[in-house]
Design a protein around this ligand. Structure first.
Ligand SMILES: *Cc1c(COP(=O)(O)O)cnc(C)c1O
Length: 433
């Protein structure tokens, strides 16, 4: 971030819409917004504003034409012969993500399966690599699927799952982590950016604490990849997983990436032994013999269409550069917080105020957050999401959100609170929030 941007992000933004226009005019990433499919306006509704890029990213026009190309040409014409180049697509896109977004040298990141399944595979491998150590550590506010996967593994292997009590706004404290790990710890699994508050953990500091205890660390990067610089190699992280459909814009259900550090690849063994993880897969041989390197962390046939879509999403992020994405994300969220402070005193900031301590989303607490979320969507055409217990989560993805988007969204939110329009909506959450 420039010195000028840094000082602005501490709180002295002018509040008029003109200032948002000025910020957009000096935003080096602004031209990339035009790559994304237009979010069409409907007659008689305000212009749509999407603030949920951290839950499901948006497609670019390039993504749509790539999907059409893969379907029509590679699948429609090439048919089964296309497997000759599809077979390595997950590894190629993994390397692209590693190089541009995760600080990981080639051969350590691959796309396969969902985040949940990859977590299971890597956590199980880590536990097996620390025989005799009986404790898995995570925090009690980690994403539900992470807690459930670890709970299942602990039950299956008769281990203790230690859930560290965590402040759901500020995130896990390093002292609590330090106090919880020791010679009995096999694995520590944490989210780099907390899904609810956006609180950002210091990856290097956590890795040192975990390694000092002789344990392995597994990072969930779902809300970090594409939003904040991640330095897996430089901080000596062991293992990581993360979603492709959030900031990476790979599309609904796009398979996740996993990272296994080079020097662990031969010794760790994941539990789902499938043919994609076997040496000489097409020899169809008897018995499982793990492929060398990262290959042994694969299991079955990868879904090619969403991996191709992920490649398109990641290419645009690579063009932007993670440092510029981070700078813009810090500025967008700081701007949002300044407007919330000025206009929405009834909403409490439930995200760290310091830009360096958060990812790229902001959470605001209000007892009627669910009704406010519905009113924003239905009345104001602004799409955020709701998170328990009383949180409105606003995710202005840096690659495709403008400062005017943030200003307009906050202005409409202010109107909803002033008129209490949210009181027209039911208080009971729907199945999907
Ligand atoms: C979104 C998210 C997941 C989702 O996992 P899936 O297997 O794709 O359903 C996992 N962990 C975190 C931290 C997330 O934010």
């Amino acid at each position: 971030m420039t010195a000028a941007a840094e000082s602005r992000s501490t709180g002295d933004f002018p509040l008029d819409r003109e200032h948002a226009v000025t910020l957009d005019s000096t935003d080096p990433l602004a031209p990339l917004r035009a790559r994304f499919l237009t979010h069409r306006a409907e007659d008689d509704r305000p212009r749509p504003i999407y603030l949920d890029g951290n839950s499901l990213g948006r497609p670019t026009a390039g993504t749509v034409s790539r999907l059409a190309h893969v379907a029509e040409q590679e699948w429609g014409q090439g048919l089964v012969r296309s497997w000759s180049h599809w077979i390595d697509l997950g590894a190629r896109v993994g390397d692209l993500i590693g190089e541009h977004l995760l600080g990981a040298a080639a051969g350590q990141v691959v796309i396969s399966d969902s985040t949940t399944v990859n977590l299971y595979k890597l956590a199980a491998a880590a536990i097996d690599a620390r025989p005799g150590r009986r404790v898995i550590v995570t925090d009690d506010d980690n994403f539900p699927t992470d807690r459930y996967v670890l709970e299942g593994l602990a039950a299956r292997h008769d281990l203790e799952l230690r859930l560290l009590p965590t402040d759901i706004d500020a995130g896990l404290g390093l002292d609590a982590l330090r106090a919880a790990v020791g010679p009995d710890t096999a694995l520590v699994c944490l989210s780099h950016v907390a899904y609810r508050s956006g609180a950002l953990l210091d990856m290097g500091a956590v890795n040192r604490i975990v390694h000092d205890a002789g344990a392995l660390v597994l990072w969930d990067l779902c809300h970090a990849a594409g939003a904040v610089p991640v330095e897996l190699d430089a901080t000596a992280a062991d293992l990581a997983v993360g979603c492709s459909y959030k900031y990476l814009n790979g599309g609904p259900g796009a398979p996740a990436f996993l990272y296994v550090r080079h020097d662990l690849q031969e010794s760790l063994r994941q539990p789902i032994w499938g043919w994609f993880g076997r040496r000489d897969q097409f020899a169809m041989g008897q018995g499982y013999d793990p492929a060398p390197g990262l290959g042994s962390f694969l299991s079955g046939t990868p879904p090619i269409l969403p991996i191709a879509a992920t490649e398109e999403g990641v290419r645009v992020l690579a063009e932007a550069g993670i440092d510029r994405l981070r700078a813009k994300g810090a500025l967008l969220t700081s701007y949002l917080i300044v407007l919330a402070d000025a206009w929405l005193p009834e909403l409490r900031l439930a995200t760290p105020r310091e830009p360096a301590r958060r990812g790229s989303h902001v959470t605001l607490a209000h007892p009627d957050a669910w009704r406010i979320t519905q009113a924003l969507i239905e009345r104001a055409n602004v799409i955020p999401d709701y998170r328990t217990p009383d949180r409105l989560r606003l995710g202005p993805a840096p690659i495709c959100t403008s400062f005017v988007d943030v200003w307009d969204a906050m202005d409409r939110l202010r109107g909803i609170l002033r008129t209490r329009a949210y009181e027209d909506f039911p208080a009971t959450p729907t199945r999907v929030t």
